[in-house]
Design a protein around this ligand. Structure first.
Ligand SMILES: C[S@@+](CC[C@H](N)C(=O)[O-])C[C@H]1O[C@@H](n2cnc3c(N)ncnc32)[C@H](O)[C@@H]1O
Length: 259
């Protein structure tokens, strides 16, 4: 199955140059990878992408909280061992089951767009590797994360526990339906594309809460969309960036009846 990109489009050349530079630096500097230094380089690359995309996103730079979280989360411990040496490249990587860990820039941007604060409770749809959940868990009080592929949910739950994240709950299920038992959420991050904003997720946002979600067809144009729930229950939507994500696939409860 083809791997999805979950990435900002149109930055291939810049990323290839950055990746080659990072590889040369690693080869000349040391035999053992210094993950803190690699993370710092990755954070600097993400900052450069924020500056490049400022006009579209409205964000000139990472917030201090997101920058610190991106500098702390051990991405190399959330990807398969075969991908660990590539973990601090600013691009998606395969994680098994035909899925990917999202590009770090997209994870940082999605986190900043919902403006997470200490003490808050957020929903993460599409756990994948658990990386987005870990970044959120560095900032907020509690993260609820839903993954439809059981094998991925199990691996992510174990990896997050091994990293010491006690404020992330992971469950297998259809994230399109949210996690109503823990609603309302202050923020929601969705890492798979839906044709339109799911009403169940809007219903689980508190008034003033923000959701970031890729909207569009699997093979067509998709945009990362920022949704803000108004006090009257309606929503405001803003297109942020063109992106490419895997689809938010329907679980058993949403699937069409089979004959
Ligand atoms: C781009 S990957 C997620 C990356 C992830 N946030 C990370 O940090 O590694 C998208 C994930 O969404 C999951 N997914 C797709 N449809 C889903 C659904 N209806 N409910 C929950 N997860 C879903 C996929 O299985 C996949 O793991």
């Amino acid at each position: 199955m083809a791997h999805a990109f979950c990435a900002r489009l149109g930055v291939g050349i810049r990323l290839a140059v950055a990746a080659a530079t990072a590889t040369l630096t690693m080869m000349t500097a040391r035999a053992e990878p210094d993950h803190a230094a690699e993370r710092a380089r990755m954070v600097a690359e993400i900052e450069a992408m924020y500056a490049e995309t400022r006009a579209e996103t409205g964000l000139a730079s990472m917030s201090a909280a997101v920058r610190a979280a991106m500098g702390r989360v051990e991405r190399h411990r959330l990807v398969p061992a075969a991908q660990a040496s590539l973990a601090y490249r600013n691009h998606p990587l395969p994680i098994g089951s035909g899925q990917t860990i999202s590009q770090p820039y997209i994870v940082a941007l999605s986190t900043d767009l919902i403006d997470p604060q200490p003490g808050q409770r957020v929903l993460d749809v599409g756990t994948g590797s658990g990386y987005q959940a870990a970044v959120l868990a560095e900032i907020v009080q509690q993260v609820y994360s839903i993954e439809i592929v059981e094998a991925l949910a199990t691996t992510a739950r174990r990896a997050l526990a091994a990293l010491g994240y006690r404020n992330v709950a992971v469950r297998t299920g259809d994230g399109y339906l949210g996690w109503p038992e823990h609603a309302p959420f202050d923020g929601i991050v969705v890492a798979a594309a839906a044709p339109r904003v799911p009403q169940a997720l809007v219903d689980q946002l508190r008034p003033g809460g923000k959701m970031v979600i890729p909207i569009g067809a699997e093979t067509g144009i998709q945009y990362l969309v920022l949704v803000t729930r108004r006090a009257d229950g309606g929503i405001d939507e803003r297109r942020v960036l063109p992106v490419r994500f895997v689809p938010l696939v329907p679980g058993a409860e949403r699937a069409a009846p089979q004959r």
